[in-house]
Design a protein around this ligand. Structure first.
Ligand SMILES: Nc1ncnc2c1ncn2[C@@H]1O[C@H](COP(=O)(O)OP(=O)(O)OP(=O)(O)O)[C@@H](O)[C@H]1O
Length: 237
């Protein structure tokens, strides 16, 4: 990969004497999708948070578009749209107010706010309070927040959690569109068929260690049908 958009070298995280993630290398090019898979507590969210600049690694270095978090935090943050897995919305805000708040932080105009709400099918619900939303609707709003400023790198923690089959398909379609537009995507998922549909690279993690890596085609050549499910069973056995 000549000039990867994301270049993480030896990033690891320990808290006190506990190793959450052992040093790991990652490279993702523009227009490429990386899926992080693995069981509960494998280290997926920790890796996403480190790359997003939310959690400081205890080892290694991360560059996104040639920038480092330490070098220029504001510019670094502008490269990334991040969808967390556990966001608590402010009580009382409508979808429009929540998204407008994020838009103001990122210098995004109202037209784009409305466009993004339409992309995630929440345009008609824009004046409804987020606290009345279902899990899937909140996920869609968080997805809207992440793509709002069209960042070069889209990072998502379990983005399809709670989505119904229609929105699961839409998610796949939207990621393919984001990819076609030349953005890079990193996401974690337990939904292996989703990773199979959209990912170029899939990394399996177990107890903070990389234990499998390759393209979906490589997994398919090795495992046949439902390759990621088969790989999951093997690498985590
Ligand atoms: N703030 C923290 N302090 C101590 N340990 C933590 C902290 N956050 C996460 N961990 C531990 O780090 C490990 C990796 O957690 P992480 O949330 O990254 O896993 P994950 O792969 O995203 O899991 P899941 O699929 O369950 O969401 C786990 O053992 C977890 O208990």
């Amino acid at each position: 990969m000549a000039n990867p958009l994301v270049l993480a070298t030896g990033i690891g995280k320990s808290i006190k004497k506990q190793t959450l993630v052992e040093p790991i290398d990652l490279k993702v090019a523009a227009g490429e999708v990386l899926a992080l898979c693995g069981g509960n507590g494998a280290g997926k969210s920790t890796i996403l948070r480190m790359i997003a600049g939310i959690l400081q690694p205890t080892s290694g270095e991360i560059q996104v578009n040639g920038l480092t978090w330490a070098g220029n935090r504001a510019q670094f943050a502008r490269q990334i749209g991040y969808m967390p897995d556990d966001y608590q919305f402010t009580q009382g805000l409508t979808a429009m107010e929540a998204l407008s708040f994020w838009a103001s932080l990122r210098g995004v105009d109202k037209t784009r706010v409305l466009e993004t709400l339409a992309i995630v099918g929440l345009e008609e619900k824009r004046h409804a309070k987020v606290q009345t939303f279902s899990k899937g609707m909140r996920q869609r709003l968080l997805f809207a927040q992440a793509i709002l400023a069209k960042p070069p790198l889209l990072m998502m923690d379990e983005p399809t959690n709670g989505l119904d089959p229609y929105w699961m398909d839409e998610f796949v379609r939207l990621i393919r569109e984001v990819k076609r537009e030349g953005h890079a995507v990193i996401f974690s998922t337990h939904q292996l068929p989703v990773a199979e549909e959209v990912a170029d690279q899939v990394i399996f993690l177990n107890q903070g260690k990389k234990c499998g890596e390759g393209s979906v085609e490589q997994y398919r050549a090795r495992y046949g049908d439902h390759p990621l499910h088969a790989a999951f069973r093997e690498v985590l056995a």
